[in-house]
Design a protein around this ligand. Sequence first.
Ligand code: SER
Length: 318
Amino acid sequence: MQQDTILVIGANGQIGSVLTRQLRDHYGVERVIASDIQVGAATDGPFEVLDIMNQERLEAITRKHGVTQIYHLAAILSARGESVPKVAWELNTNGLLNVLEVVRAGKQRLFFPSTIAVFGHQTPRENTPQDTVMQPTTVYGISKVAGESWCQYYHQKYGVDVRSIRYPGIIGHASMPGGGTTDYAVDIFHYAAQNKPYTCFLAPETRLPMLYMDDAIRATLELMAAPAEQLSVRTSYNVAGLSFTPAELVQAIQRHKPDFTTSYAPDFRQEIAASWPASLDDSQARQDWGWEPAYDLDRMTADMLQHLEARYSVQLAG
Ligand code: SER
């Protein structure tokens, strides 16, 4: 059997950096090519500087390394996208089209992340169905609805084996998010671990779907490993893990750190969050490829605090 060689696009990012490490553990360092617009974190193995707007360079990299699978994680997220709408659209949509063209010719299996930002005010908020109204309120959401449709189109028309998950907010200790509406749920742990008070940019009752990084990476790898004939969704799968409000997260942290305090100063991101689901129906993912989350709020909170407190106490000691 041919061994896979994997290209991660956006390997410096919140998910890309952790995914690259896990893929290297699994496939071997030399078989996982990290790439991003500039040299960054994942330099313990092969790295290529790649601007995803440059399709020729992408093609050359895949040929040079004999790439058989691509994880295309480069994107501008919801909050940042609102300040640079055209740039976000171009990067998120034309970047994806460049990747789709390359895998159409090269027959690589492709992972494309979508998002809960594809939904909007008209979407049922609780237990949001797999197939439902999608009228996004952000450029990020618009670009990902288009992206999902492009993925399905390339699958149906050209047989491209593209697989996708609608990521909710992703929470992990090993990397920082950037430019998202759900970023508070990572930031807050860094403040708590350093015994500092936190000011949250969402209101206390804003319930959003979230996923612990370990679950997110496992979901991604399980979907990519699933037999193609089991996959009935070629737009993007709803995948649920957790669903909580900032107030509930603060309480969970306070069970470990009773002195931790948070104040609230909602900004423009509150409006974005208010247009997103509170929880997701992921029964299709469970049925098609056996998705099952492992982390609940308490387990995630304990794990985050343990890792971050260890890191910050080492820094203090150092
Ligand atoms: N974490 C993302 C964001 O906030 C949601 O996909 O933009």
